[in-house]
Design a protein around this ligand. Structure first.
Ligand SMILES: Cc1ncc(C[n+]2csc(CCOP(=O)(O)OP(=O)(O)O)c2C)c(N)n1
Ligand code: SF4
Ligand SMILES: [Mg+2]
Length: 312
């Protein structure tokens, strides 16, 4: 576990207004969250990781749980989360974050435990870990940053890469005949009764960022309610890996990626949203019934069935 000696004890609450530190007349439009370290990041211009870090920092500060939160880091550009989020952290081997988080949470159930993982990490090498953590209903929160590519290692195809998308390992575009279809991980996980909350957000524009923050907030609330695993997938950018400018990459998120990966809420069991497969033994599915098949990204609707997420 890494501690953050350079920051000392965290000032986990803002000073009250009317003090010399925060005059009553001051109106704050934007401020750096206390939990985000004050340093330049190593992320490329236009990378979405920094935005997602900020949302997590804001949510944990608002919830007042930072002093008992443990981040489980992963491998990929996402690994640097432990440098920028002023939280206690454990680093996991590539793909194993959900398994490591399981151990941390079971040993310290009083802690708020979350993983921060890219799509190469979670949806490729870590497929088994996330599926079984979800099936077991581990009381962890998963922040899954899907930029559709292996960013850190040079822009290779990931399971989430869209059909036809050119990458360094699919230079002619992803051919579904030989390279398979994109993997809609969150839709698949939302079928499992152990998943209490599953949603997909996006960082393409401020309105979507606000909705994504609400999803992250709800995901941590669900962990505090102790009802099952919560996951928020965030559609994000990798301008370098996509061969685009930052502006073009944000436009692509809206024009292309969101069409293939619909944004919204898939499951919030406590609120009666979403359906799970019936639990086979001993545990009733809260919603009952089977979910409709989700259309995979890049798969024509007539081939795949009509599941769409609810409005977040
Ligand atoms: C066991 C192991 N296999 C392969 C690698 C090489 N590797 C490092 S990062 C990465 C892909 C990360 O992609 P993603 O999780 O999508 O993160 P991003 O960089 O896109 O944020 C790979 C394959 C590794 N570090 N360890
Ligand atoms: S390579 Fe991609 S994911 Fe990694 S920091 Fe750069 S833009 Fe972000
Ligand atoms: Mg990635």
């Amino acid at each position: 576990m890494t501690m953050k000696p350079e920051v000392g004890p965290l000032p986990l609450r803002r000073p009250a207004t009317g003090t010399p530190d925060a005059p009553a007349a001051a109106r704050t439009i934007y401020r750096r969250p206390i939990l985000l370290s004050a340093q330049p990041t190593s992320y490329c211009p236009g990378c979405g990781h920094g935005i997602v870090h900020r949302l997590i920092a804001e949510v944990l500060e608002e919830l007042g749980v930072a002093d008992r939160t443990i981040l489980v880091g992963s491998v990929g550009c996402a690994v640097f989360a432990y440098d920028y989020l002023r939280l206690d952290a454990v680093e996991s081997p590539h793909g194993r974050a959900a398994a490591v988080a399981t151990g941390v949470k079971r040993y310290r159930p009083d802690r708020v435990v979350f993983t921060y993982q890219g799509d190469g990490d979670l949806a490729a090498i870590g497929t088994a870990e996330i599926v079984h953590a979800a099936a077991r209903g581990e009381r962890i929160t998963v922040i899954f940053v899907n930029n559709g590519i292996y960013g850190m290692t040079g822009g290779q195809m990931a399971p989430t890469t869209l059909a036809g998308q050119k990458t360094t390992s699919s230079p002619l575009g992803r051919d579904t005949r030989t390279q398979g279809y994109p993997l809609p991980v969150t839709e698949l996980l939302s079928l499992l009764p152990g998943v209490a909350y599953a949603a997909r957000g996006c960082i393409a524009e401020p309105g979507l960022i606000g909705k994504t923050k609400a999803m992250i907030r709800r995901a941590f609330d669900v962990q505090l309610e102790d009802t099952g695993l919560s996951i928020v997938e965030v559609l994000s950018t990798c301008p370098v890996g996509w061969g685009m400018t930052p502006t073009e990459s944000m436009q692509r998120l809206e024009s292309e990626v969101m069409g293939a990966y619909p944004v919204g809420l898939f499951v919030d069991r406590a609120k009666g949203v979403g359906q799970a497969m019936p639990a086979p033994v001993g545990r009733a599915s809260p919603a009952g019934g089977c979910a409709a098949a989700a259309p995979g990204p890049g798969v024509p609707a007539k081939e795949a069935g009509p599941a769409r997420p609810a409005e977040a």
